[in-house]
Design a protein around this ligand. Structure first.
Ligand SMILES: [Fe+2]
Length: 237
């Protein structure tokens, strides 16, 4: 069922917003969806600072569950209220840190480097749902205030500036089932795992219109289409 939304959800000056749907059976739900006990179904991603990712074939088996989670508990509804636009998740990553996972350094998913725009050429949001209570010690996504984070059109200077101002960064404290949403243009990082309470998270890349992704749109096996179908099945506009 759709949760209730007693809070006023809004974006902070750090460029992210927290999403806290009401869920009755969180622990069981996320335990069932967890891959922590299925390490053989994970692959280490060197490009993601050694985080462990659920292999594509297993990920695909869960597409319906992920779509249901997003729609039934109101993550999408709240996210759409926040961004005042439509939200279409088109890629899912299911990620676990372990003790060997390093910091994922400060970066933006979309930025200018000189004249080149790097990253997706359309509106991009990341929506991350955490499987356990998560904070700076177990890899919550951290953010730098937007006002001290001007976008240099040089990725290297931009990154150095992020480290120089990172003492002002914020790392939200999230409870199981809570999510954050942020724009691809926002400076963010994943701190190194410091406790044994390993971070598990599903991160959705989202955009505001399925037409932004003509290749995915026409493939019924893609998450984008599973999501759209699930929306119709649940009678959600
Ligand atoms: Fe990122």
């Amino acid at each position: 069922m759709l949760g209730l939304y007693p809070q006023n959800f809004k974006f902070s000056k750090f460029g992210f917003a927290k999403i806290s749907p009401e869920m009755g059976n969180k622990r069981d739900f996320f335990k069932k969806l967890s891959f922590k006990k299925n390490k053989d179904l994970l692959v280490k991603d060197k490009k993601d600072a050694g985080a462990l990712k659920v292999k594509k074939e297993n990920l695909q088996k869960n597409y319906n569950l992920y779509a249901d989670l997003l729609l039934r508990y109101g993550y999408i509804k709240i996210a759409e209220e926040l961004v005042k636009d439509k939200i279409y998740p088109y890629v899912v990553m299911h990620i676990i840190n372990d003790k060997n996972t390093k910091e994922l350094i400060w970066h933006r998913d979309q930025y200018f480097h000189g004249k080149d725009f790097i990253g997706p050429k359309f509106k991009l949001y990341k929506l991350a749902i955490y499987f356990q209570d998560t904070n700076k010690n177990n890899g919550v996504t951290g953010f730098i205030p937007k006002f001290i984070s001007p976008r240099f059109k040089n990725r290297y200077i931009d990154t150095i500036f992020a480290y120089l101002s990172s003492f002002l960064s914020i790392h939200p404290r999230l409870s199981i089932g809570e999510a954050v949403i942020f724009s691809g243009k926002v400076m963010h990082h994943r701190p190194r795992q410091k406790t044994n309470n390993f971070r598990e998270v599903i991160i959705f890349s989202c955009t505001n219109n399925p037409n932004n992704l003509p290749n995915l749109k026409n493939n019924k096996n893609e998450f984008l289409n599973i999501f759209i179908k699930s929306k119709i099945d649940n009678g959600i506009k």
